[in-house]
Each structure stands twice: as structure tokens, then as C-alpha cells.
Design a protein around this ligand. Structure first.
Ligand code: AMP
Ligand code: MG
Length: 281
């Protein structure tokens, strides 16, 4: 059944293709009417994700890097809660990309990304990522164009290098509409437990919504590669977003055909020791 969904193809940005976000429906929910309809599938994916992550950890051969990008309120935090919630915390990490510190600013923009890439057996989620350097940096002229324009190729080279060294990379762009963003702003205003998420910048950045979409389109068009694909996830419905991402992760990890490593000890010998110990007990 998982294969019939084939979300890895459906939401993939084909390397070399030109993305137009206005052609992609952020409201898409496949054949499901509601969260209730999809819940079984989501739960099944979560269980499978846990098994696959256990394999990755046990195998200790490769790592998985997940990059999340979205406009404000796009659902990065919720995605992280969901994906990480499904996995064993041992072996998973989140790295959040904020305004660079002065130390970070004194290095090239990829330095801080490199510092946080997953080690063998690990899964790391980038909450925002090195792509901020072709997004906020571009939109707010934080670096001149002749600098940020080079970042696309530098990012592709960086990711290629990682993938050739056994880091698997999946990148998810959470696609919400401008109306949905406004609804989510309202939700935050209506719920005191969400006040802490509100910032003035939300509204000034919203003014630049169109510029952000252009910058996202360039990022998706220039940097979706065989070795580090971008997926555009319809994300107006949070449950569909979770279904799609967990489904793509399961499809991808299953495709690696991982197996538990062979024992590093002679199991028959150890079994004898066990029986001897049991006799003495
Ligand atoms: P949040 O994810 O809500 O904690 O906000 C983090 C903020 O840091 C966002 O406004 C990002 O745009 C900003 N940010 C992330 N990376 C960079 C960067 N390289 N340069 C400038 N601002 C950044
Ligand atoms: Mg924010």
C-alpha cells in the first residue's frame, strides 16, 4: 500500500526542473477527507520509521540529514515534533539555524551547517538550514548579490560531498498559502500558550511573502539534485504534511535495504556462557 502512494515521486522536484509554487496546491490532501481518514496510515508510518531508524543506528554506516524550510508558521516545529516523536531520541538531533552569531559570521556560511551534520548512525533535522543564506540573506540584502548568487552552487557542492560520504539528504519545503498563514497568525493570537511564538517580524516578513516565494522557487529549482532532492509538501493541512513527510522518509529508508549488522561475537559461545551463568545462579 505504501508503494501505491509513491509520495517520493509525487512531491519530488525533478532535478533541473523549474518550480512554480503557484502551480502546487498547498491544500492537497490526496484521497483523504480528514485527519481521521489518514490516521491509520500516519501511525503505520511512524511505527515503521522507528524500526528503520533503529536499523540506521545499529548499522552505523550512514547518516540521514533532513532539511526543513518554510515561511513563518509553515509548520517546521510541528513537523519536528511529529518526526522526532516517532523516533528513538537516542540517535536523533535537531539543529536550529537562527541569525548567525558573531563567531558564525566570522566563518563562511557553511561552517555552522557542517558543524551540525549527523554522524554515522544518526538522524539530524535542520530546522531552517544553510538555505537561509539564499533566502533571508537575499531578501534583506544581508549580503550583496554577487555573494549570495554563488551560494547555490556552493550548497550543491557541499551536499554532494556529504552524500559521497554516506550522508543521505532529504529536503522538505512546507508549502502553505498566504491565507493559511493569516489563519495561523490568528490562532496564535487566540491562544495565550502560543503568544511566545509571535513576533513583530512575522508581519513585516509577511509583506515580503511574494519575494519569499520567488526565493523559495529559485532554491528549489537550483538545488534539487539526485543526491539531495527537494520535496514540496502541501502543508495547509498539518496532518497531511505529517503523512507525506513520514511516507517519503519510509519509502526512502526502505529503499536503502538496511540490515542489522552481524554479531561481533560468537553467539554460540556466548550462549554457552549464559547457560553456565544460569546454572550458577
Ligand atoms: P526562528 O526560526 O523563528 O527561531 O527564527 C530564526 C530567525 O533567524 C529567522 O528570522 C531566520 O530568517 C533568521 N536567520 C536564520 N539564518 C539566518 C542567516 N544566515 N542570516 C540572517 N538571519 C538568519
Ligand atoms: Mg519565527
Amino acid at each position: 500500500m505504501g508503494n501505491t502512494m509513491n509520495y517520493s515521486q509525487r512531491f519530488l522536484i525533478k532535478p533541473g526542473s523549474r518550480v512554480r509554487l503557484s502551480d502546487i496546491d498547498p491544500d492537497f490532501k490526496d484521497k483523504h477527507e480528514s485527519k481521521k481518514d489518514a490516521l491509520k496510515l500516519i501511525e503505520r508510518n511512524d511505527l515503521r520509521l522507528r524500526e528503520l531508524q533503529e536499523l540506521l543506528y545499529a548499522e552505523h554506516k550512514r547518516s540521514l540529514l533532513i532539511c526543513l524550510q518554510a515561511i513563518d508558521t509553515g509548520g517546521k516545529d510541528g513537523t519536528i515534533r511529529h518526526v522526532l516523536g516517532a523516533m528513538n531520541p537516542q540517535g536523533c538531533r535537531v539543529a536550529s539555524f537562527r541569525q548567525p552569531t558573531s563567531l558564525e559570521r566570522d566563518h563562511d556560511f557553511l561552517w555552522r551547517a557542517y558543524r551540525d551534520v549527523p554522524a554515522k548512525g544518526e538522524v539530524t533535522i535542520f530546522n531552517r538550514s544553510h538555505y537561509e543564506d539564499v533566502l533571508v540573506v537575499r531578501i534583506h540584502d544581508l549580503a550583496p548579490k554577487d555573494i549570495w548568487i554563488k551560494h547555490y552552487e556552493q550548497i550543491n557542492n557541499f551536499e554532494k560531498n556529504l552524500s559521497e560520504n554516506n550522508t543521505h539528504i532529504l529536503k522538505f519545503f512546507l508549502h502553505i498559502s498566504k491565507d493559511e498563514q493569516l489563519r495561523r497568525f490568528k490562532e496564535r493570537l487566540d491562544d495565550p500558550s502560543k503568544y511566545w511564538k509571535i513576533s513583530n517580524a512575522d508581519y513585516t516578513e509577511r509583506e515580503r511573502f511574494g519575494d519569499y516565494m520567488k526565493a523559495f522557487e529559485d532554491m528549489l529549482s537550483k538545488c534539487s539534485t539526485e543526491h539531495a532532492p527537494w520535496f514540496v509538501i502541501p502543508a495547509n493541512h498539518k496532518w497531511f504534511r505529517n503523512l507525506a513527510i513520514s511516507q517519503i522518509m519510509v519509502e526512502y529508508l526502505e529503499g536503502l535495504h538496511m540490515t542489522f549488522p552481524p554479531p561481533s561475537v560468537d553467539i554460540d559461545q556466548i550462549r554457552k556462557k549464559y547457560h553456565a551463568a544460569k546454572k550458577k545462579a
